[in-house]
Design a protein around this ligand. Sequence first.
Ligand code: F3S
Length: 422
Amino acid sequence: MMTELKLTPKEIALLEGAEGPGVQRAMEIVVTLGRIYGAPDLVPVKHVQIAGVSYKNLGDAGVAFLNEWAEEGARVRVPTTLNPAGMEMDRWEEMGFDPTFAQPQIQAIMAFVKMGVRPTLSCTPYLFPDYTPARGEHLAWAESSAVAWANSVVGAYTNREGGPSALASAIVGRTARYGYHLPENRRATHIVEIRCPVRTIADFGALSYMVGKRVGAGVPWFADLADWLPPLPDDLTLGGEAGDRLKTLGAGLAAYGAVALYHIAGYTPEARDQGETLIRPDAQRIVVDNLDEGYAIMDADPDVTEIDLVTIGCPHASLSELRYIAQRLQGKKLATRLWVTTARITRERAAQKGWVQVIEEAGGEVVADTCAVVAPVRGLGIRTMATNAGKMACYAPMHSGVKMRYGDIDRCLDAAITGRWE
Ligand code: F3S
């Protein structure tokens, strides 16, 4: 029997328009989702992350919708941050973006800012030092890679929101309590056993394809992946070797499947506390003997040797990735374009260490606010790309129409130095 959605008197008042049409519209969205998914009630959220921010995704209709909502007086009531836009906001001209793309993109960001959203323009809100999600917190995050991180690595609770539903949650400060907000839905549906080495970020990307494709929207339990992970650092905002691998794993699981939560035995918080009681009795077993199938799919165009753009930082690069790239490029000169995409806030932290300057001296660009999937890179003359990120290898050919080479970070940086994929 379907549970009836219970609303508090305050929530009923918002739904009836007590705080104006903008808030009423937001409440209608949250309540409708709650009724569709059989939620018992609404739950307050601590933080919201909005995705679908690029003009490439929004189009004119999306920009008009945002402006209308802002004009109706809608304002967010919890801290809310934004996913990458389609360009770096204050360098778009210099980087070659067309004004017909830039102008509506700026209008969209202004509408978000008018509603009180922080224009962080990054898919890695969990790397920001001023807010990190905590275990057991309810969130409304729309960026699928960040959702996987929050649920799995931190043990926070969030569904994979859509762009409008995340914004609606920010405006009313609540989301409907269903899906991953309920402990019973956080149990593992698949047990994954790995019988091959998983060493690099690119290996974790290849693994994400092989598991994501089989699991779909399920919850994988990695029985032995902890063998391939150093301990997580106390400060998760630094990334670190383990953080960088898990960032890629979650992004790929979400892109190739629709995974919003995974567990690693003895490693991720819920798996550590609850052990195998977290596995459903009907869980299916998956054995991964090698990563060949993942590499074959991601390294999609093996005939391509000339690379127009090497891109690293999907999800946005962490401080540890920026440090590694700077060390690797010290004193080198690049033959082709390199984008290390990251959050503005991470770029500032890396610049304080001198890492951004080293990458730029080599001829690379540390690009903030955007990435090679949400930016119109074909308009910049990019036809071939190389990356070490599973999600980028999945989405860039689809969204940006480029040919793709895939391999570990050293291979990508070598391609940037020589201009060729050897
Ligand atoms: Fe982030 Fe773009 Fe990848 S939004 S997760 S860098 S596709």
